[in-house]
Design a protein. Structure first.
Length: 658
């Protein structure tokens, strides 16, 4: 009996060796079988079996501790890796790669919340081969992932395709089948969680989308296999721990990205502020040292890296500079875009994009001075747009300064016009010399225009005339209730020049302006005579009722002389042609037109009927009716002259009305 402990002692010591070696469980059962074969007693065998069971428990505890130490080490390494990452894409890829490695699954993937769409979308995968699966979107409550996102609780299934706990949809099942996934574990990514992975694993309140009592759900972290398998509580806890680290890392990466973006915005704002300050200083310097429009255009074109043109209210180009401040590229500058006309909405000094160009109205209060146009820039950011609009203000200031100088000079030139019209013969050579000093060559052909506006509006008309002549080389002056405009002849007929001036002055003065023109003439005495002729033409236009119209003295012919004293033209026309006018008005006939054609054709019936495209008998019948209305002496020389004069006046008055 003294030797009996020896056989059992050796197996017991061997159990300790097996524990130390971390031998497989099968090795422990071999010891009991060998002791039985060696003839150990029942008591020894019972003790050995009890010791073996205890050793196996110790082995399990040690292996669990080692596994836990390994997981903790892996979590520590993961936290370190994630903390070192700054790029969000790199963070997400590192997360799913570490999940797949630690849990030993075929795939791992991560979905993030999309607040605008109200669902979650597949953000990154590792081990996935299906494009269909990689582009899945999961609504809250749909599938395993949608349920995790909605409830903020982890869910696991050994076989998703047959698990009825989840709401299956066609798109999700199709993607899972295409990827070949069977076993899936999903845990929420929660920000602001209190209680760590255990709290996250225990779940939040079902049915709450995107938030729980523990924090906000920003996504779902998954591990999945292509074969059926259960997920142990330890694996769920491990994935929850990884998800907690991942959520913090994602939030940190987003915060860093937001800070970087904010820093970039601050840098851009600082650069824009500095650039705006430099531009302000440069434009202010141009104004203070008396720079012209071309210099402003060159400076703005260089600052905005585009071509720039400056236009007056009529679209005429005042300055043109090419891209970056260089030449305009050798082609004629494009016309200015249309600006609002009378009755339309007033323009504003805000930059607008139209027809591939940036346009800014140049304003002085509500008065439109012109426009600046930027070419070659499809887009302007806010700092550049403000700079462009500031250029419009500077342009307005320069135009106002130039106009003030021009108006002052125009007053001096007005004295020249007064002397020219009152005593042209006194010192003609001296007048020419004075004109040249003021930039006006009286020895070259000039047009003389006389304008008359509404009663009491002569001051507005004089100011409008100054604006109209700005940049043209002409001068203006007030005289005897009218405004006289003297401008170099550019080849246009006097009548056309008068009508153009009437239209522009009417708009600028805010009321109808009548303009008469004479010339071209050169030399003081000829210009004084042209002024007298223009005044007679203005009286004729007034007598004809053509207020707000324009005409040249030559266009009125002898009627201009005849009507120079403002005779009562309407009364004369009515007294002479009244019966014919009334008859035509009542019956819709053309007796007045027939009489005019008859006189124009020299009283020859055959020519008259050709002119009117009528049968000769019809012409005779109309002449008989005219005789019945006017009397038998209608064709007598004196009466015929009156009728022809009345017809001419009636025609001219009608032309003014149209």
């Amino acid at each position: 009996m003294a030797d009996s402990p020896a056989p059992i002692a050796r197996p017991l010591r061997r159990l300790l060796d097996l524990i130390a070696e971390d031998a497989p469980a099968e090795a422990y059962g071999v010891l009991t079988a060998r002791a039985r074969a060696d003839g150990a007693s029942d008591a020894d065998l019972a003790e050995l079996e009890h010791a073996t069971a205890t050793a196996l428990r110790v082995r399990g505890t040690l292996r669990q501790h080692r596994r836990r130490e390994s997981e903790l080490a892996a979590l520590f390494d993961t936290a370190g890796d994630l903390a070192a990452l700054r790029d969000l894409d790199a963070v997400l890829k590192s997360i799913v790669r570490r999940v797949r490695m630690l849990l030993g699954t075929d795939t791992a993937y991560l979905t993030l919340r999309d607040d605008e769409a109200g669902d979650t979308y597949m953000r990154v995968t590792d081990g996935s081969v299906s494009p269909l699966f990689q582009n899945l979107r999961l609504r809250y409550g749909d599938g395993l992932g949608g349920l995790v996102a909605q409830t903020a609780r982890p869910y696991a299934t050994p076989d998703y395709r047959t698990d009825e706990r989840f709401r299956h949809t066609g798109s999700i099942d199709e993607g899972v089948l295409d990827e070949g996934l069977v076993a899936i574990l999903g845990v929420p990514l929660v920000l602001g969680a209190r209680g760590g992975p255990a709290g996250a694993a225990s779940g939040g309140t079902p049915g709450t989308r995107g938030s729980t009592a523990a924090g906000d759900v920003i996504g779902v972290l998954f591990a999945a296999d292509r074969t059926p398998r259960p997920f142990s509580p330890d694996e769920v806890a491990l994935l929850c721990s990884l998800a907690a680290h991942a959520a913090i890392a994602i939030d940190t990466a987003r915060a860093i990205a937001d800070l970087a973006q904010a820093g970039e915005v601050i840098r851009e704002h600082a650069a824009a502020t500095q650039r705006a300050q430099e531009a302000h200083d440069r434009l202010t310097d141009l104004v203070l040292r008396g720079g012209d429009l071309s210099e402003v255009a060159a400076a703005v074109a260089g600052l905005l890296d585009g071509a720039l043109t400056i236009h007056d209210p009529d679209g005429r180009t005042l300055a043109a500079v090419g891209r970056g401040g260089g030449p305009f590229d050798g082609t004629p500058p494009p016309p200015a875009p249309p600006l609002p006309g009378p009755g339309q909405a007033a323009p504003t000094a805000r930059a607008v994009h139209r027809d591939g160009r940036w346009i800014c109205a140049v304003l002085a209060g509500q008065e439109l001075l012109g426009s600046i146009v930027l070419h070659g820039r499809d887009r302007l950011d806010d700092p550049d747009r403000r700079l462009f609009e500031r250029a419009g203000v500077v342009t307005a200031l320069l135009l106002l300064l130039s106009r003030s100088v021009a108006e002052a000079e125009n007053r001096v030139r007005g004295e020249l016009i007064t002397d020219l019209l009152t005593a042209p013969e006194r010192d003609p050579v001296g007048l020419v010399v004075r004109g040249r000093r003021l930039g006006l060559d009286l020895s070259r052909p000039c047009l003389m225009l006389v304008a008359q506006g509404p009663a009491g509006g002569q001051g507005r008309l004089a100011a409008a005339a100054g604006r109209y002549l700005f940049g043209s080389g002409g001068v203006s002056a007030e005289r005897s209730g009218t405004v006289v405009l003297l401008l170099p002849h550019d080849g246009a007929p006097p009548g056309a020049a008068a009508r153009a001036a009437a239209g522009q002055l009417t708009q600028l003065a805010g009321g109808p302006v009548t303009v008469a023109a004479a010339g071209p003439a050169s030399g003081p005495q000829a210009l004084a005579a042209a002024h007298a002729e223009a005044v007679r033409c203005l009286h004729a236009l007034t007598a004809l009722g053509r207020t707000g119209d324009g005409a040249g003295a030559a266009e009125l012919g002898f009627l201009g002389v005849l009507l120079g004293n403002e005779r009562d033209v309407p009364a004369f026309v009515t007294a002479t042609l009244g019966p014919l006018l009334d008859y035509d008005a009542r019956r819709g006939t053309e007796l007045v037109r027939t009489l005019a054609a008859y006189f124009a054709c020299g009283g020859i019936l055959t020519r008259t009927k050709d002119e009117l495209h009528l049968h000769v008998n019809t012409v005779v019948q109309r002449l008989d009716r005219i005789q019945a209305l006017l009397g038998e002496d209608w064709n007598a020389p004196e009466r015929a002259l009156e009728l022809q004069l009345a017809l001419r006046l009636h025609m001219l008055a009608g032309a003014g009305a149209t």
